[in-house]
Design a protein around this ligand. Structure first.
Ligand code: ACO
Length: 271
C-alpha cells in the first residue's frame, strides 16, 4: 500500500507543529511549535498528529516529541471551549447537544483526536517525549502516550482536566494508572496538583531526568542507544512487551515462543 503524503509544512504550521526527519530517515522529531501560547493544542493539532502517524515513511523507527520554548505544552487551547472556538475549528461546547446524534458526533470527534495519540504506541516505532517546563492536561497526556519520557529538571506535570469539569480523554488514563497505580492516579487527577520532575522520577513517570541544558543531548544519546537493536527485533520485542500486562504467564510464554520462532526463521534466512 502506498504511504500517505506527509502533511505539508503549511498544514503542520496551521496545526502548531513542525516535523523533521533525520538524514537516515530513522528518526522523526515532532515539535509542538506555538511557544507564544505555550504550545497549547487544538483539535487540528491532534488530527494532524494522526495524519503524521499514518504518513511517516516505514524507515522511521523513533519518534521524538518535543516543545519549542519554555513549556512542553499548556494542554488544550482554552479557546476551544469558548463560544467562538479557535479560528477554523468548532467550539467543543457548541457541539455538545444532548440529542443522540449530537452525542455520536462528539464521540466520533474525540475518537479522531485520540487517534493523534494512539499511534505513538505502535510496535514499529519507539516514541520519546522530551519534556521541559509545563506539560498540562492534553500535554501531560501526550507525554504519557509516548513509550519513554525524558524530563528536564524544570518539568512540571499536571492533569488539569477534572479541575475544569472534564475527564482526561486523550488516552492518558491507562498509562497513568499503569505507571503510578490507581490510587496515586486518583490523587493526581482529582487534586490537579503539579508533579515536579523529581517526583515524576520517583513515580516512574520519567525514565530519565536531566538538567535542562542537557535535555537535547540526553534524548540524542537515548535515541542512538535505541537504534542499536535491529529494527525487526526491536519491533517484535516491543509488541511482546505491550502484550505482557494483559496476558497470563502461559499466554505470554506462548507469545514469546511464537515471536522467537519468527525471529529464528528470519535470522537463519539471512544466513
Ligand atoms: N490555551 C490558550 N492559551 C494559553 C494556554 C492555553 N492552554 N496556556 C497559556 N496560554 C497563553 C496565555 O494566555 C498567554 O497569552 P498572552 O501572552 O496573550 O497573555 C501565553 O500563553 C503565555 O502564558 P503564561 O500563562 O503567561 O505562561 P507561563 O509560562 O507563566 O505559564 C502555564 C504557563 C502554567 C502553562 C499557564 O499558561 C497555564 O496554566 N495555562 C493554562 C493551562 C490549562 O489550563 N490547560 C488546559 C488543561 S486541560 C486539557 O488540556 C484538556
Amino acid at each position: 500500500m502506498a504511504e500517505a503524503a506527509i502533511p505539508s509544512a503549511e498544514d503542520l504550521a496551521a496545526a502548531g507543529l513542525r516535523l523533521e526527519l533525520d538524514t537516515a530517515g530513522a528518526v522523526a522529531t515532532i515539535t509542538l511549535a506555538r511557544p507564544r501560547r505555550r504550545n497549547a493544542m487544538t483539535g487540528r493539532t491532534w488530527t494532524t498528529l494522526a495524519h503524521v502517524g499514518h504518513s511517516l515513511p516505514s524507515s522511521v523507527r523513533i519518534v521524538v516529541i518535543t516543545g519549542e520554548g519554555p513549556s512542553f505544552s499548556a494542554g488544550i487551547d482554552l479557546a476551544m471551549f469558548g463560544p467562538e472556538g479557535v479560528s477554523g475549528e468548532t467550539s467543543l461546547f457548541r457541539q455538545a447537544g444532548t440529542r443522540p446524534r449530537d452525542r455520536a458526533a462528539l464521540d466520533e470527534g474525540i475518537a479522531e483526536y485520540q487517534a493523534g495519540y494512539l499511534w505513538l504506541r505502535r510496535p514499529d516505532i519507539v516514541s520519546v517525549a522530551a519534556v521541559r517546563g509545563h506539560a498540562v492536561g492534553a500535554g501531560f497526556q501526550l507525554a504519557l502516550a509516548c513509550d519513554l519520557r525524558v524530563l528536564a529538571d524544570d518539568a512540571k506535570l499536571c492533569m488539569k482536566e477534572p479541575a475544569l469539569g472534564l475527564v482526561p480523554d486523550l488516552t492518558g488514563t491507562k498509562p497513568l494508572v499503569e505507571l503510578v497505580g490507581v490510587n496515586r492516579a486518583i490523587e493526581l487527577c482529582l487534586t490537579a496538583r503539579t508533579v515536579s520532575a523529581e517526583e515524576a522520577r520517583e513515580l516512574r513517570l520519567a525514565e530519565l531526568v536531566v538538567p535542562g541544558s542537557d535535555l537535547d543531548d540526553a534524548v540524542a544519546d537515548l535515541v542512538a542507544a535505541l537504534l542499536a537493536a535491529p529494527a525487526e527485533a526491536a519491533a517484535a520485542t516491543k509488541a511482546l512487551l505491550l502484550q505482557a500486562q494483559g496476558n497470563t504467564l502461559e499466554e505470554q510464554a506462548r507469545a514469546e515462543r511464537a515471536a522467537q520462532v519468527e525471529r529464528l526463521i528470519a535470522l537463519s534466512a539471512q544466513g
